[in-house]
Write a protein that binds this ligand. Sequence first.
Ligand code: FES
Length: 198
Amino acid sequence: MTKHQKPIDPALIEAINGPKDVAKTGKRCLMNRRQFLLTSGITTFTVMVALKAGPSSAKVPAVVSTYERKLIGKLSELKEDEPLDFTYPDDGAYSESMLVKLGREAGGGIGPNKDVVAFNYTCTHQGGPLQGTYKSEDKVLGPCPLHLTTFDLTRHGIFISGQAYQSLPQVLLELDGDDIYAVGMFGLIYGRYDNLKG
Ligand code: FES
């Protein structure tokens, strides 16, 4: 845990796991030293994440870090399947990310249909650029131009083919009226030993 531990916002947990898991995951969980070193942010905690949307899907533990809020878009201005680029959690290397309205419910999705998600653009295998690879028909990023990994944006960026063995880092979102804020990361950005330190 970090020195600056703050209470976990139940709304954030609900956005990740769905309403039924708020009570279950509201407590902080133990994490190992490596997970701590990789994810130390303003607040770090462990949640159980569904691998696909829906009540009956399998869940796995995941470490989440929250950082400063950054306004990245307006819900009313998003068009389905038209990604919007932004940088997070800073403007440094590998911070390029995308916000997209999938038109299909997704893990961690916000908005009335829980279909607005955001992901880092850098492939977790060897840093291949995923810009321009969004496929609206399958709601995926990829295949990566280097070794063809493809990531499922409806299931927290899990890899579904290719060489990578880590999910694509998901940017955690909060909706405040019509404003969409980036508030944290789920996963480690490629090329960084800490998401806040390149
Ligand atoms: S860098 Fe993307 S699959 Fe290897």
